[in-house]
Design a protein around this ligand. Structure first.
Ligand code: DQQ
Length: 529
């Protein structure tokens, strides 16, 4: 499977539709021609029931595949899916609509395509018709009309085309796009949502958006999910970024690891916005064929905008804590240069770890070089966990074999840049496994941190065997990684450590860790798994 398509909360049930390849774990032509919409439901975002696919290719306007799209709940009662259909084997794309056959079925198992499909076709000069896809969730304007954006490449430029409709069925394109930027070409899986700076209450895009709200445009391209914060100019129906860098390597990322095509939705049960994404395998295709599956979805995260109005914050939904068991707790540890503290007493292959680091002095931060911002992964390779620093590296070593031949390091290093501090967070997979044929980069990203006032740098890492999801500084920076250590396959128990390799001693005021119970994942309705 690949990404989540059309997540929604409707009548007490969460729906997760997703791109699913019925032909197997590996698509030899990488053409994704037969994709269907897989469908799972949950009441807590943690335990899932698998259902039959909701949408399959069977009409001329999706005959070669049902690609990504969104769900919108019209006036709180009528769910509608709008998705991309492939009309031929050249992957030319149009947009289609499907409605639930029976709204009183709590799981909305069956969906019917409307007779007027395709509801949107590619008729714009300069549009690359095989790059015209992934319609967003709808939102309503002050004129009462619905809007959606569709990702496209127009004359080689990445564009969010804007469409308007009275009834969500018949659509007219607004000549001016919602936004376009030549820093990138095709934009996949656009997401557009409103946020109030400093508030973790989510906003429903189908309701009135309060004044003072900001808007976020997320684009997916080249395995990266990037976002821009700005305002939505209602008069011009245009997204206006607060700032945008010409060089897309400097765009802020939702997650700096294997986390792609993310999608958010408004969760009316808890009044929050939830985002999650596809994390692809980074093992080999033959491994995928042997396993019989490929691709997972990250743990859903609550997402909101920091009080500074610039940075999105993400944190695993609180329901994940229902899986925590066997808590262990340490307070007042001190890690001097070279110290390694073993975290024992939990299942290190399936764990949730929360740890705070407090450097005892801020004097020894090394000088930051702004050119590093273009390639944080290079900095993670060059200044890795074994390279002594001033403040840091400190962090966690996880999934480590007895002799450390295999291990994954998730760590921070603090730099001084004129009057501010900039932290590099890395998730370094280069020694994660002895197995050949794996993709094992050192992922990394930078973030600004008010070290003088905040003092503590937090790290939370959720480990679910091959999935390692790390949240730095309360969710200001996230890195998802996939690892395949031999120790994991053999199930002979891996080690976990907190470490410091910087000359500044680091206090650990609080370290809490849990084993995680197994969630029910895609238990098929009717008993089989
Ligand atoms: N995957 C879908 C497309 C989308 C891409 C096809 C992103 O709709 O653009 O499975 O991973």
């Amino acid at each position: 499977m690949n990404e989540i398509s059309g997540p929604m909360y409707y009548n007490g049930v969460y729906h997760e539709f997703y791109q699913y390849n019925p032909d197997g774990a590996f698509d030899p032509n990488d053409s994704l021609m037969n994709m269907v919409w897989g469908h799972s439901v949950s009441t807590d975002l943690i335990n899932w029931i698998g259902l039959e696919p909701a949408i399959k290719p069977d009409i001329p306007s999706d005959i070669c595949g049902c690609w990504t799209g969104s769900a919108t709940i019209l006036f709180g009662v009528q769910p509608v899916i709008i998705y991309t259909g492939l009309i031929d084997r050249k992957a030319n794309q149009v947009q289609n609509i499907a409605l639930p056959k029976n709204r009183s079925d709590p799981y909305l198992r069956e969906w019917a395509k409307v007779g007027s499909n395709p509801v949107i076709q590619h008729v714009i000069p300069g549009l690359n018709s095989s790059h015209f896809r992934d319609p967003t969730t709808g939102w309503i304007g002050p004129d009462g009309l619905w809007r959606i954006a569709v990702g496209a490449e127009v004359n080689g430029i990445g564009t969010a085309l804007l469409y308007k409709s009275e009834d969500f069925m018949s659509w007219t394109r607004i000549e001016r796009p919602l936004y376009s930027n030549n820093a990138l070409n095709m934009w996949e899986c656009l997401d557009f949502f409103a946020v109030v700076p400093g508030s973790n209450n989510g906003l429903d895009m189908s309701s009135e958006i309060p004044s003072g709200a900001k808007h976020v445009l997320k684009v997916s391209i080249n395995s990266c999910d990037m976002y821009i914060v700005g305002v939505y100019d209602l008069k011009r129906d245009e997204f206006v970024p607060d700032t945008v860098q010409d060089d897309n390597r400097l765009w802020t990322r939702i997650d700096y690891g294997t986390f792609y095509a993310s999608k958010s939705f408004f969760d009316s049960k808890h009044g929050r916005r939830v985002i999650w994404a596809w994390s692809n395998e980074t093992d080999s295709y033959s491994d995928d064929i042997a396993k019989g599956w490929a691709g997972i979805h990250s743990i859903p995260r609550t997402i909101w905008l920091d009080g500074d109005g610039k940075q999105l914050i993400q944190w695993p939904v609180e329901e994940i804590e229902s899986l925590r068991i066997n808590e262990i707790n340490h307070q007042g540890l001190e890690l001097k240069k070279g110290d390694l503290f073993e975290i024992k007493g939990i299942d290190t292959l399936q764990a949730d770890v929360e740890i705070d680091f407090e450097p005892t002095s801020i004097d020894d931060a090394e000088t930051f070089d702004p050119s590093w911002l273009f390639d944080p992964r290079k900095q993670c390779r060059e200044a890795d966990a074994s390279v002594h620093g001033g403040i840091g590296p400190f962090g966690l070593v996880i999934l480590a074999s007895d002799n450390m031949e295999e291990h994954t390091a998730v760590h921070f290093r603090v730099y001084k840049s004129e009057q501010k501090y900039i932290i590099l967070m890395c998730s370094d997979l280069r020694r994660s496994s002895l197995r050949p044929g794996l993709y094992t980069p050192a992922y990394g990203g930078f973030f600004e941190f008010d070290l003088e006032n905040e003092k503590r740098i937090s790290l939370r890492t959720l480990i679910d065997r091959s999935a390692v999801e790390s949240f730095g500084s309360g969710g200001r920076i996230c890195i998802t990684a996939r690892v395949y250590p031999v120790a994991l396959v053999d199930d002979d128990g891996a080690h976990m450590y907190a470490f410091n390799n910087g000359s500044t001693t680091v206090r650990v005021p609080q370290l809490r860790a849990w084993s995680m119970k197994r969630a029910q994942v895609n238990v098929m309705k009717g008993g089989s798994v």
